[in-house]
Structures are given as structure tokens and as C-alpha cells.
Design a protein around this ligand. Sequence first.
Ligand code: B12
Ligand code: SF4
Length: 542
Amino acid sequence: MSGRSKSVLLFYADKYYLLNQVFPVGLDLISRHVKRRGHRVVMAHPFLPDRDYKRNIREAIRRTEPDCVGIGIRNLDTCMSCEEHGDFEGRDYRTFYFLPQIKEVVLEIKNTIPRVPVVVGGGAFTVAPVAILTYLGLDYGIVGEGEEPFGQFIEAFPDEEKIRQIPNMVYRYHDGYKVNRRKPYSFDTDLTLEHRDDGFDFALQATGIPVQVKRGCHHRCSYCVEPLIEGRQFVFRPIESVVNELKTMAEVEAADRVFFVDTEFNVPDLRHGTALVKALLREGLHERFRFVTQLIPKPFDAFFAALLAEAHFSVVFSCESFSNAVLENNCISYGEKEIIDAIEASESAGLHSTVSLIFGLPGEDYKTMDHTLSRMKQYPAGPLRDYEYTIGGRIYEGTPLCEYVEKKRPLKNLYGKKSFGYLLPYYFCAPASPFRVHEYVKAGSSDRLCYHKRYDEGDVEEVAIGYLSDHGLWGDAVKRFRESDVRVQSSIYDYLFKKLLHFGRQDAARDISLAILENMEGAGDGIDPGQAEVAQFYLSLL
Ligand code: B12
Ligand code: SF4
């Protein structure tokens, strides 16, 4: 470390976390790195635990008195054009759009501590850094992998000359911004996240423990931003380092699901994935965890499918379409045959797969949609297979789809608004509008799909209680639990009870058990009666 130890506050500015709790793994890596350089770091969520984000922000600032604030921007929007409960809509599309809320967060931070530097980074930020900094009215950002550059920034600030030398740095320059060249990344094998930030424990149980095995993707699927975020060159993490991390987590974390968060688990070939899965089996980690990851249908074979099944994986195949015309049109590296082979190989191996599709990409017409729908009928959803789909291609800056739209201007297929950096939701959709394509697909497929997420008061309350307990705010967690209705109590009871017990708070554990039992009497339908038995049983343990 150079200079004095600094206090750093990292905000995970993802409001969608209230609906879908994904652990902030990128931010946690940054936190670890900065701590190792000798600084103090606190990670917080601006939208939790209170409904008033301004209060959350002011409270986090009061507690940490930061010398620097980092904001992680993971998602700009949900990439989905037909969200039933979305908060942003236009002609024939509706989605969740997060940037306006992030701007409010920034304004509140700036109002509270105007002299403290704010640095933004994260996957979504990396896609359109200049437009996002302009929109947010901020001076600094970091593109790509942020550990080292963020550490350097903290130590360099306020020396502008030094800041300008930092790789990956984005800063004001003349009338605009300058984006420094990205430094090639390598995994820091000494810096494994063997213990994740406790403040977001709830997410580990909800959507699994994220673990990255490599970075990069060399493909050019028209709509995809991932090569922009992670680069086209692959950077592999030594298998031993992944296995060591998992072995430690097996001891210290309660969650039993691991999500390998690579772009695709099987690019560029099967070698690294095969070596990893064999190591998981050798170490018996498949007996402790279930694993989830995303794959493309090629390269894939029966041997690999069997290996994944043996290691208790379930996989999500990015297939996009069964139509070769659509696949080719979008520079997708596999064809229908490879998709079918992968589906069949998975089924034969007993490997659970989710087939992920996009309807409405360039080249789509009613014939190609009918073809995909007929294949979905031929390979229907069942115990070993699910489908999920989105409609239309979200046009992001720098993607081949964006270049295509710029060049060809297919006006009749464009929905939403073109804006600087393509920040506002903007879609290509053929042969009709997103809503119409959605209707057509729904009529042609009865399989369960996913447009129902919304900010439900009860769910948010559950997440807030989880967050309070993750932050050791026991009194507030118990108070909030007592004030919640029985549905919320029922969903968070198990989690809260175990946390309280783990931290030696028997009285509070008893308190919430008695509260839920009292509330369950006469609660009526919709509440699992088995819950009362669980609470009785837990009480008997105290
Ligand atoms: C795995 C994954 C998932 C998994 C996560 C599983 C889990 N348990 O973690 C699942 C399938 C659940 C998922 C869900 C969603 N995802 Co997703 N996901 C990814 C993926 C492939 C990897 C993310 C990841 O964990 N990377 C590993 C970490 C270590 O890397 P990182 O985040 O980039 O962090 C580094 C840098 O960005 C930087 N950094 C990060 N934060 C900060 C902060 C500061 C201050 C600084 C300086 C730097 C910095 O440093 C970090 C360390 O090097 C990305 C695509 C990608 N390749 O990035 C999409 C991606 C982020 N997801 C995306 C989307 C849209 C979603 C959903 C909204 C989908 C949906 N409709 O439901 C949800 C959102 C859930 C939520 N609440 O956030 C989009 C976002 C697009 C956009 N521009 O808005 C992406 C880019 C995919 C895509 N092709 O478009 N996702
Ligand atoms: S969709 Fe998958 S294979 Fe295609 S570019 Fe994106 S990450 Fe790579």
C-alpha cells in the first residue's frame, strides 16, 4: 500500500436484486483486493434494507465515512422486451430499465458527500462507459476487470496525473472522456473468494455461489455483449485454484449450489471444463454441491454430458433458435443439428438442461418461428428439460447487431429509442413487434416460460429481513420479522432462525419461532401447515 489506509464504500446498485438475488461476485473480488492492499471496505446495497434508498445510502455513508465510493453496475436492463410487470415501456415492448434508479443513487451520494470521488464499474458499465458516465454526470469509471485499477485509483486520488496512467481507467478529458487501454487480465491465484462477503449471504442460498473458471469468449453472436465485457482472448483459472476455493466453501458456506459464471462453460473447447469436472468428482465435491452453468450446444458430446450428469450439474444451453437460417444470420457458431445432438445427449445421460431461445432475431419470420415451435413440441419440456425464451435482440453498443442496425437501418424492425451509447431499451424484432411475437409464441407453445417477475411487497420484505440478518442487525431483523405478515414470515423463518442460532442468539430465535406459531393459527389457505411443525421442532432444539 502507498500512503494511508482509506475507507471504501462499495454499492451494488442492482435494484433487480430485490427480485432475483444474484451475489455481487465482481464487487466482492474488488473488495478482497482492496482490503489486501490495506484499506477498509464495506459493501452495501442502496435499495436495502429500507424502502427509502436515501436512508440506506446515508446510513451506509455514516457508518463508513468513505474516502472513496465505488458503484457496481451489473445490468442496464433485463434484456427482455416483454416483461409483464416491467417499469419501462414503449410501443409494443415493456422491460425493467435500471439506469434512472442508479442515477438517483448517484445524486444522493453526491448530495451527501460532494467531495468524495465516485467510481463506477461492472459488466454493464463496460459496454457503454462514456455514455453511462455522461448520463450519471460522474468523473470516473473503470472498464473490465476492476481489482487492480480500483486499488490504484484509491491510492492515486486526487493526483490527476497518476489517475490518467491507470489502465482500464475512464476519466474526463477535454470536453468528453478518455477510456484507457485495458490491461490483460490474469486470475490472482492467491486471491480466492473462499469466504464470500457475509452481507449478501442470502443471495448465495437463493441463486447459488458464483465461481468463475475462466474469462472470455471468441464468438460473435450478433446480439451478445459478453466478448466486450470479458474480451475475446481466454484467460483460464488454474483448476487447482477453483477446487481449493470450492473445498473451503464446502466448509464455511451453507449454500449447496454453485453457479459457474463463465460466458459459456464449453468455450473454446471441452478441455478445461472436462479437467475441472473430473477434479470435482475426484475430490467428492459433487457430493456436497450441485452445479449449474451455461453452455453452447457445440462443442458437446455424450461423454461430456455423462460427466456433467455424474457430477450433479444442470445446464442452460444458449440455443437461440432451431432455424439454421436464423442461426446463420446471427453468426452463431452451431446449427440445428448440434442443438438436437446436445439435447439428445443430455437426455440420454440424465443431465437436466434448460434450452434458452430468442425469438425475433434478424432472419426470423413466421416459418422459422413455426419450425422452432415444432421442435419444442418434438422435444417437450419434462423432468429433464425446461425451456426459457426472450423476444427480440436488445441492441447494445459495439455488438454486431448494433453494427447491422446502424448500416441497414431496418426501421420496421426497431422498437424503443436509439440513444447515446444505446442506453435506453432498444430492440430488433422480426417479423412483428415484441408483443406480437410474444403472443404468437405463447399460442404455439404451452411450455412454462418467464415473464412474471415483479416487485412484490412480500418478496422484498423477505429479502430485506435476509439482508438485515446478513449484516448482523439482529434487533432490526427480528422487529421486521415480527411486523411482517405470515406469508413473509413463513418464507424467511428457516433462514433467519439458522442465522440467529449460528450467532448464538437463542432468545431471538425463540422469539421469532413463537411469533410465527402465533400468526399461523388461523392463517388460512396458502400457508404450508408443515411450517408449524418445523417451527415446533426448531423450538424444541433450543
Ligand atoms: C452468470 C450470469 C448470470 C447468472 C448469475 C448466477 C450467479 N449465481 O451469480 C444468472 C443466470 C442468474 C444471471 C441472471 C441475470 N442476468 Co446475467 N450474467 C451472467 C454473466 C454470464 C456473468 C456475470 C458474472 O458473474 N461474472 C463474473 C464477475 C467476476 O465478473 P464481472 O461481474 O464482470 O466483474 C468484474 C468487472 O466487471 C469489474 N467490476 C464489477 N463490479 C465493479 C464495480 C466497480 C466499482 C468497479 C471499478 C469494477 C467492477 O471487476 C470485476 C472483477 O474483475 C454475465 C455476462 C458476463 N460475461 O459478464 C451476464 C449478464 C451480466 N447478465 C445479464 C442479465 C440481463 C441478467 C438478468 C437481468 C437476466 C434476466 N432477465 O433475468 C438477470 C439479472 C439478475 C440480477 N439480479 O442481477 C446481462 C446484462 C446486460 C446489460 N447490459 O444490462 C449480461 C451482461 C448477459 C448478457 N449477455 O447480456 N446472470
Ligand atoms: S452468446 Fe455465448 S457464444 Fe455467443 S458471443 Fe455470447 S458468450 Fe459467446
